[in-house]
Design a protein around this ligand. Structure first.
Ligand code: AMP
Length: 197
């Protein structure tokens, strides 16, 4: 036993809103495990696993990977935890994923504590994603194959259609709070902490 209290934070927001950066800092400062489903899937692609081969074309197109795959991945990650201290980054992205996560968390006795929604206007997001790709290339790093303007716009559409309904879902449960995602990373981080009970 770690003796630590359960804590579950779910970051919502469109692609490029800064969820990954903010979740990483919060995880480090509050001893939480960041679970980024995008990172997990990209790792499978990089290692050329069976799952990686299956999902690569979906990631490249900016579409969503089937719910059953994501739910199984998350169930595996949570099963091995002593205290459930996690930040979800990029999950859930659909209503069936959110419902399945609720069931899992209830089984573990660790309901969601906080759901910050990072809000950033669409055009700022596309610029950020394209810039992220450009900077990675300039540093000689691998560029995410989905960090192009066309795919960024596609991912944005997918967000509006499939993920935005989660805002109402979590608002109805009283966990959601809105965070202005425009500003320096420090400013945005301060707002996230301020909204967290
Ligand atoms: P991200 O790094 O969170 O932007 O995710 C990159 C890509 O991975 C997405 O465009 C999807 O193709 C896939 N992906 C990540 N998380 C999920 C999820 N929860 N449900 C479905 N697909 C996902």
């Amino acid at each position: 036993m770690t003796g630590q209290k359960n804590k579950v934070v779910i970051f919502l927001g469109p692609p490029g809103a800064g969820k990954g950066t903010q979740a990483e800092r919060l995880a480090a400062e509050q001893n939480l495990l960041k679970i980024s489903t995008g990172d997990i899937l990209r790792d499978h692609v990089a290692r050329d696993t069976e799952l990686g081969r299956q999902v690569k074309p979906i990631l490249d197109e900016g579409k969503l990977v089937p719910d059953a795959i994501l739910i199984a991945l998350i169930r595996d990650r949570l099963a091995s935890m002593d205290a459930v201290r996690v930040i979800f980054d990029g999950f859930p992205r659909t209503l069936p994923q959110a419902e399945a996560l609720d069931v899992l968390l209830e089984e573990l006795g660790a309901p969601a504590n906080a759901v910050p929604l990072l809000e950033v206007p669409d055009q700022v997001l596309v610029d950020r994603i394209v810039e992220r790709g450009r900077q990675a290339a300039a540093r000689g790093e691998a560029v995410r194959s989905d960090d192009t303007e066309e795919t960024a716009r596609k991912r944005q559409r997918v967000y509006h259609e499939q993920t935005q309904p989660l805002i109402d879902y979590y608002a109805a449960r009283g966990h959601l709070y809105r965070v202005d995602g425009v500003g320096t990373p420090d400013e945005v981080y301060g707002r996230i902490l301020a909204g967290m009970k």
